[in-house]
Design a protein around this ligand. Structure first.
Ligand code: F6R
Length: 608
């Protein structure tokens, strides 16, 4: 959510800032801006709209000279998307320019203090307050002014700051929003995420909470809030650069859908050694596990949907009761949590504000915590007791696909692992489920082969206004994700219902031609689902079924079918999600939607 980039070195800053912002546009794309110090003053150019508007305005950066600058791509929180609300924000004297990701919670209070002191504001943003406060606190020592300002503000932030009096340095600082420092030769960078700087360097510092980096061309010094120097060890990023590129695909989402067999394989295979699941990062002992009375899963959006599948999976494998909650509800509902509760937090980015806050709340209440995270070194990964990384690689499309699939894979690994530790799974079942798990990448690849058929079906339905997804048990969990995928990128209204619940109200919305997508993958519930399909057909619905090859009787009722390969029932969601992702993608594509950057959304929601 909001992308920050900064450069200091020997080259012209503006083109480098634009190049970095292009890699971060998935984080927010309602406006963008850059500030470059030109030797005399800080020049700022900002534009409402996509980055291209800004880039055209400054001719790809050619119009701005200077070797130091900061840039920003915005997802609006305070103040509508507009030129004036876009970042960077500049203090009234023109001395400070600042880019910000996060929310300053006490900005109104700070703003009224500054107004009383005679400051004038031009934007509606919380960020401008910080620019003014920096200027107000500045008495010639930049670091002191930054620390004094940080002590006054409440909220979440990653800041990139430049000051006219110190034209050789950028200040980078973060709290609850990600920021990395890229270490080059004779040049250094800041960025919200690795893709922004990957073409320049693979050595990075990951800034921790309230660490303040002073970034100059020839070196970076990191301080704590007491102005003491912190020794940082660089991390080497070994991603293939193509991981952050489209590589010939029309959209990142299409590429990421097709990457799922590899992502799931990379997530599972290093953790199965000699036929046993080895989770080195899990330090929970058998005794500790036996003391767990409940598992609480907390997450947002699609990660929450993984949690809904996980409830069925954990209860089936471990016999431990499981509760699932969306993080934004969990954190304010006084949850009943103690040291006997295992809290499982799921987050692709590892930075989602509500999920992070929920994790902290769970820890405060004494729970043992495990996180499932895709971004190494992210806040959630750092703060949980144990972390299991998904090895999906960078996910750029706003709508998640491969991160979702790898999260599911980790759920299966963890559930089977816990069941074995607790002695509640037989050796034969243990071996069976491991081999089913190992078959997943190939079966996902086989499912992807149906893409032409999915496209043909999408062509029949892309003009629909409303769609309903129904399913029972884990198929209901899948319906939630299928429905979200469709609505978030195609803007078609869709709802997911537990199939047996539909007739308790919502069935009144079914009329002639309404599309109902019926997930009926599980054998033991197939007949029940057939009855539910008949119910909606009787009201005029057109039915698209999703099931396995062995349930071909579905064709008696469903006009269209997506078939998936057979696998044990708990792992069916990993296959059923594939045609649903492809369906959503194709519908959005046929409608001409901006698939990788759906309206109003952003990746990595670092504000509440
Ligand atoms: C939907 C989607 C979002 C995220 C949610 C949580 O396609 O991507 O619903 O799943 O914002 O994000 P993370 O997993 O980063 O915590």
């Amino acid at each position: 959510m909001c992308g920050i980039v900064g450069y200091v070195g020997q080259d012209q800053a503006a083109p480098i800032l634009l190049e970095g912002l292009a890699k971060l546009e998935y984080r927010g794309y309602d406006s963008a801006g850059v500030a470059v110090y030109d030797g005399t003053s800080i020049q700022v150019v900002k534009s409402k709209g996509r980055l291209k508007v800004l880039s055209d305005k400054i001719h790809g950066g050619a119009d701005m000279t200077g070797n130091i600058g900061i840039g920003h791509t915005r997802w609006a929180t305070h103040g509508k998307p507009s030129d004036v609300n876009a970042h960077p924000h500049v203090s009234e004297s023109g001395k400070f320019a600042i880019v910000h990701n996060g929310v300053i919670e006490n900005y109104l209070e700070l703003k009224s203090d500054l107004l009383e002191k005679g400051c004038h504001f031009v934007s509606e943003t919380d960020t401008e307050v910080v620019a003014q406060l920096l200027d107000y606190n500045y008495k010639g020592n930049l670091l002191e002014a930054v620390i004094k300002t940080l002590k006054k503000i409440r909220g979440s932030y990653a800041f990139g700051i430049i000051c006219k009096d110190w034209p050789d340095r950028i200040i980078g600082v973060r709290k609850e929003s990600p920021l990395i420092v890229g270490l080059g030769k004779g040049e250094n960078f800041i960025a919200s995420d690795i893709p922004a700087i990957l073409s320049h360097t693979r050595e990075i510092y990951r800034l921790q909470e309230n660490e303040i980096a002073v970034i100059q061309a020839d070196g970076v010094t990191v301080y704590n809030m007491d102005q003491e120097v912190i020794e940082k060890t660089p991390d080497h990023i070994n991603w293939d650069i193509s991981a952050a590129e489209k590589c010939g695909y029309e959209h990142f989402m299409a590429k990421e859908i097709m990457e799922q067999p590899k992502a799931v394989h990379d997530t599972i295979s290093p953790r199965i050694k000699n036929g046993r699941i080895v989770l080195d990062n899990i330090t929970l002992t058998k005794e500790q596990l036996e003391n767990i009375s409940r598992i609480m899963i907390v997450a947002c959006g699609s990660a929450y949907h993984v949690g809904v599948v996980a409830k069925y999976v954990f209860e089936r494998f471990t016999h431990i009761p499981v509760e699932v909650d969306v993080a934004s509800e969990f954190r304010y509902r006084d949850p009943i949590i103690d040291e006997h509760v295992l809290v499982l937090v799921i987050s692709q980015s590892g930075e989602t504000a509500d999920t992070l806050a929920a994790l902290r709340e769970a820890k405060r209440l004494g729970a043992r915590t495990i996180s499932i995270v895709n971004v190494v070194g992210s806040s959630i990964a750092n703060e949980s007791d144990d972390v299991l990384y998904t090895w999906a690689g960078p996910e750029i499309a706003v709508a998640t696909t491969k991160a979702y699939s790898t999260q599911l894979a980790v759920i299966y690994l963890l559930a089977i692992y816990i069941a074995e530790k607790m002695g509640v799974i037989s050796e034969a079942d243990y071996q069976y489920y491991i081999s089913e798990l190992q078959s997943l990448p190939d079966k996902i690849a086989e499912t992807l082969d149906s893409k032409a058929h999915v496209r043909a079906v999408a062509e029949q339905f892309y003009q629909k206004k409303d769609v309903f997804f129904i399913g029972r048990n884990i198929d209901y969990a899948m319906s939630l994700e299928g429905s979200l995928k469709l609505k978030e990128i195609s803007y078609i209204h869709s709802e997911a219902y537990a199939a047996g619940e539909l007739k308790h109200g919502t069935i009144s919305l079914i009329e002639n031609g309404t599309l109902v997508i019926a997930l009926a993958t599980q054998k033991r519930l197939f007949e029940k689902m057939m009855s539910n399909i008949k119910e909606v057909k009787a009201r005029g619905a057109t039915v698209l079924g999703v099931t396995t090859y062995s349930n071909q009787q579905i064709e008696k009722e469903a006009e269209y079918v997506f078939y998936i390969p057979e696998i044990c029932d708990m792992m069916l969601p990993s296959l059923a999600v594939i045609p649903l992702q492809m369906f959503a993608y194709n519908i959005a594509n046929l409608k001409g939607c901006d698939i990788d950057k759906p309206r109003n959304l952003a990746k990595s929601v670092t504000v509440e």
